[in-house]
Design a protein around this ligand. Structure first.
Ligand code: HEC
Length: 203
């Protein structure tokens, strides 16, 4: 072999490899788009189901026994609804906020923080809860993930427990102080984005 041949061979492999990776990219685009559409639809369905279940449990308990007993729904039933959906789907399904009440369960990661800030800006411009949805495929060092978020907006029914402390029923305020000494989930008004339902899935 003369000195020039390995060099040529290498060039060929580099060129072939480049073409291959280019065509892989070209093919990957529609595949990713389909994955995104399908995963968004599936995740929206689960998020809506979780949201409806949380609200109906809360409304029922508020009507039956008032806000103090309803704290228990939020403390035990809400995390249970989320984790049972996680078990059922195999995805990570959580409710997080920039001002969480429960700092171990409600803390957002970097992606969720960005989405929460964006939703807050969009809500301030008048977008409604139903429009505040975001999905994307995220490349992390170990793997690619599909991520989905849907806004949880403050409604009148949320206020007894998420309004400013001086407007809360005394008993709620006292119980929150015992259960969540580092509570940040106060001072909200109707129409503000308090949190998101966030789904993270491998594929
Ligand atoms: C009866 C009181 C009560 C009402 C009403 C209530 N919440 Fe909460 N909320 C709580 C408590 C308590 C927690 C902490 C749950 C836990 O320990 O994981 C919480 C947690 C949350 C979280 C999870 C993040 C975090 O802060 O830990 C979100 C999101 C949330 N609430 C949104 C809402 C929305 C939206 C409404 C109205 C539709 C609402 N809440 C109504 C008491 C309430």
């Amino acid at each position: 072999m003369s000195g020039i041949e390995p060099n040529l061979m290498m060039r060929f492999f580099i060129a072939a490899g480049f073409t291959l990776s280019l065509s892989a990219l070209v093919m990957a685009a529609p595949v990713q788009e389909n994955t995104l559409l399908k995963s968004t639809e599936e995740s929206r369905k689960v998020a809506l189901q979780v949201s409806q279940e949380l609200k109906s449990q809360l409304i029922r308990e508020m009507q039956l026994s008032g806000p103090v007993r309803s704290l228990l729904v939020c403390k035990y039933t809400c995390p249970e609804i989320l984790s049972s959906q996680s078990r059922k789907t195999g995805w990570r399904v959580v409710a997080v906020s920039l001002k969480p009440r429960n700092s171990s369960l409600g803390m957002p990661d970097a992606w969720e923080q960005k989405v929460l800030a964006d939703f807050a800006r969009r809500a301030a411009k008048g977008e409604r809860e139903d429009a505040l949805e975001f999905a994307e495929i995220v490349n992390e060092p170990q793997a690619n993930y599909f991520r989905y978020a849907r806004a949880m907006m403050m409604e009148p029914m949320c206020l007894p427990c998420h309004n400013s402390r001086d407007k809360m029923p005394e008993a709620v305020k006292a119980q929150l102080a015992v259960d969540y000494p580092f509570d940040k989930a106060v001072d909200f008004s109707v129409g503000q984005v308090y949190g998101i339902l966030s789904i993270k899935r491998g594929f």
